[in-house]
Write a protein that binds this ligand. Structure first.
Ligand code: FAD
Length: 277
């Protein structure tokens, strides 16, 4: 059972709870990107189990008619076993999602997974264009990856990057990452025929994306996490497509812990909730 304090960031433990959350969001014109929590499996069995859960989830999403999509983590569906296991599980999810008309996002994990993740995306998206991939502004390689991705169909989600990467391959410091984010955003709006997803809570990046949309006309959407700037999500959804990334599942603790520790306001919120003040 998820304690009330964690419910700000995690929709529940069951598909019924996450679908109910998505239905309520949809009433406010915000769509959901549903993520089953779980990552870093080294054995094929749990990876296959989570892949099966995703196949069922896309059927449930389609049945609920709430315009939601899913986002999967490569290490959750077998990349920690080997690239073949990952692609086999991803293929099953993508085929089920295509049958049900549900869009599939692939999250990006730490740098050791980037090549395999982009390779798999490239292989699948040419036949199943209802797919998107995430790229991280804090990695030095990202411009090269974008040059490859703009040639493909689908959607690209640009984020600042959640992993603490080695200095040689990554940008350090908020200003450097923000500059790279702006640069990549402009490149995508200028060069990409697909949809640019702005995966950020940062008002400066969202404003810049709106300006770039005015300049280049490229399709875009705004994506934020459940529990973060939710009023802004609803406000922006009056004018632009907005998606909320909604995690659910029994493995909620480490995700909740990361959210609480990444920002002082979130920690204060959690401590207050626990103390009942
Ligand atoms: P930050 O640099 O953290 O903050 C900039 C500004 O945003 C702040 O100054 C403030 O004005 C505002 N802000 C940020 N947080 C809050 C808050 N809690 N309350 C109020 N204002 C706030 N990372 C990956 O590495 N791989 C992924 O696949 C991935 N997928 C993601 C999907 C989505 C939909 C989102 C939103 C993020 C994803 N991330 C992913 C995480 C991302 O890389 C960042 O770590 C995270 O979004 C924080 O960066 P930021 O751009 O939101 O802004």
């Amino acid at each position: 059972m998820i304690p009330p304090v964690a419910r700000r960031f995690v929709a529940g433990e069951t598909p019924a709870e996450v679908l109910e959350h998505a239905r309520r969001l949809r009433e406010r014109n915000v769509r959901s990107i549903v993520n089953l929590l779980g990552e870093h499996y080294r054995d094929p069995e749990p990876a296959a189990e989570d892949a099966a859960t995703y196949r069922q989830l896309v059927a449930d999403i389609a049945g609920a008619d709430i315009g939601a999509c899913i986002s999967v983590k490569p290490s959750q569906i077998g990349l920690g076993v080997d690239a073949r296991t990952f692609e086999g599980n991803l293929g099953g999810i993508v085929a089920a999602a295509e049958r049900e008309g549900v869009f599939v996002w692939i999250d990006m994990e730490d740098h050791t997974t980037t090549d395999d993740t982009i390779d798999a995306f490239e292989r699948f998206v040419t036949e199943h264009p209802e797919m998107g991939i995430c790229v991280q502004a804090n990695l030095k390689r990202t411009r090269d990856d974008l040059e490859r991705l703009v040639e493909l169909p689908g959607k690209v989600r640009l984020v600042k990057g959640a992993y603490d990467e080695p200095r040689e391959i990554s940008l350090k410091g908020r200003a450097a990452v923000n500059d790279a984010y702006r640069e990549h955003l402009e490149y995508l709006f200028r060069e990409y025929d697909g949809t640019v997803a702005v995966g950020s809570h940062d008002p400066a990046m969202i404003d810049r994306a709106i300006e770039l949309h005015g300049e280049y006309g490229t399709d875009f959407e705004i994506q934020m996490l459940m529990g973060v700037r939710e009023d802004a999500q609803v406000e922006l959804a009056r004018e632009y497509p907005v998606y909320q990334y909604v995690p659910y599942g029994t493995k909620w603790f480490s995700y909740f812990y990361r959210r609480v520790m990444e920002r002082k306001e979130n920690l204060v919120f959690a401590l207050r909730a626990v103390a009942g003040v």
